[in-house]
Design a protein around this ligand. Structure first.
Ligand SMILES: *Cc1c(COP(=O)(O)O)cnc(C)c1O
Length: 347
């Protein structure tokens, strides 16, 4: 079934093959890749499949090695999925609206149509969604859980039923799952060959600068990623740094707990401000906040050197800003600034 969803040129693709991946024995002289022979820390090409990093992830996440893909950020995985499955000028992806912007950007760059299924005012799945008439040319459904920009999760059983009814690939983007109470949809990988889970080291793992994204899926889809990806898509520095970061798990876990405690503090403080109309409950490390005047709140904060994200162009997001949970000191400063700017404008 997965093969038949692929673009024809990808089905027939002969992937780039390096001499080193073709050679199975053991060698100690490498004259195949035009590298500089003098020994240096970075003189050799990196491991194309990032096996050491995958072994560690496989252990931590209890997912088998062959069900893991490592990308140059999860944004690379999004792009590769679209390029592998969607025929430019013909096929479509489906997104829930509002959601993460990169699905649409990647689709547009590749000349792929975008079908939007609106969420409810509170960003839940519309009960009518299950009656959607799927388009013949739609290939991928993107579900972001916890959702960006709203912060809510979709129930794992809802996700399961979507996987069972959707005629193409279902991508569950779990960039923020480490901040959520909900269990990861990786538990579904064993049961379905059309699910792809995306996670990233950019958010909870504190390594946005490394550009390490992960996709978890059955072997068939992982092999497709590996065929389509640039051969050396993750640098050696990034692979090594990711490994040492993953060996730092206790510290990351403590940071996640602090961020969750700060999220609760921030939510409570925001709710007491008169300019704040609503704080949407969040399972992520940000809060979507409806204020009386998003534009002026955004500019007032910016003038004080505090950058937040204006989200009020998005569906159901009128007069909202999205605020990332910072350190305790940063969050206090934010609240103080909002209190003062509220006074200045007479709110
Ligand atoms: C931040 C974010 C990502 C990030 O991806 P990387 O490329 O791994 O940094 C992916 N999905 C969502 C929903 C995000 O918010």
């Amino acid at each position: 079934m997965i093969e038949s969803l692929l673009r024809e040129n990808i089905r027939n693709l002969k992937p780039y093959s390096s001499a080193r991946s073709e050679f199975k024995g053991k060698a100690d002289i490498f004259l195949d890749a035009n590298e500089n022979p003098f020994k240096g820390k970075y003189s050799r090409y990196p491991d194309p499949l990032a096996m050491n990093l995958k072994r560690l992830l496989s252990n931590h996440k209890q997912i088998s090695l062959e069900q893991i893909f490592i990308g140059n950020g999860s944004d690379e995985a999004i792009d590769l999925l679209i390029r592998a499955f969607c025929e430019p000028g013909k096929d479509a992806i489906r997104v829930l609206d509002p959601s993460y912007g990169m699905y649409e950007v990647s689709a547009s760059i590749n000349d792929i149509k975008i079908l939007r299924s609106p969420l409810t005012q509170l960003f839940g799945l519309d009960p009518k969604f299950s009656n959607t008439e799927w388009s013949e040319n739609e290939k991928i459904l993107f579900i972001c859980s916890p959702n960006n920009p709203s912060g809510n999760c979709f129930d794992i059983e809802i996700i399961r039923s979507l996987i069972e009814t959707y005629p193409g690939i279902v991508v569950v983007d779990e960039a923020y799952i480490d901040f959520a109470e909900q269990t990861s949809a990786t538990v579904l990988v064993e049961d379905y060959n059309n699910i792809v889970i995306l996670q990233t080291m950019s958010k909870a793992s504190g390594s946005a600068g490394l550009r390490i994204g992960m996709a978890f899926a059955q072997k068939e889809i992982i092999n497709i990623f590996n065929r389509v990806k640039p051969p050396y898509n993750v640098s050696q520095i990034a692979q090594e740094a990711a490994i040492s970061q993953l060996n730092n798990r206790a510290e990351i876990a403590a940071q996640i707990n602090k961020i969750k405690a700060q999220r609760a503090w921030l939510e409570n403080e925001l709710k007491q401000l008169t300019i704040v109309k609503k704080v949407f409950p969040s399972q992520a490390n940000f809060l979507l906040v409806r204020v009386s005047d998003a534009e002026s709140t955004y500019h007032n904060l910016m003038n004080k050197g505090i950058i937040v994200r204006k989200r009020d162009g998005m569906l159901h997001c009128d007069q909202t800003i999205r605020i990332t949970v910072g350190t305790a000191a940063e969050n206090r400063k934010l609240i103080e600034t909002l209190k003062n700017s509220g006074n200045e404008t007479g709110n």
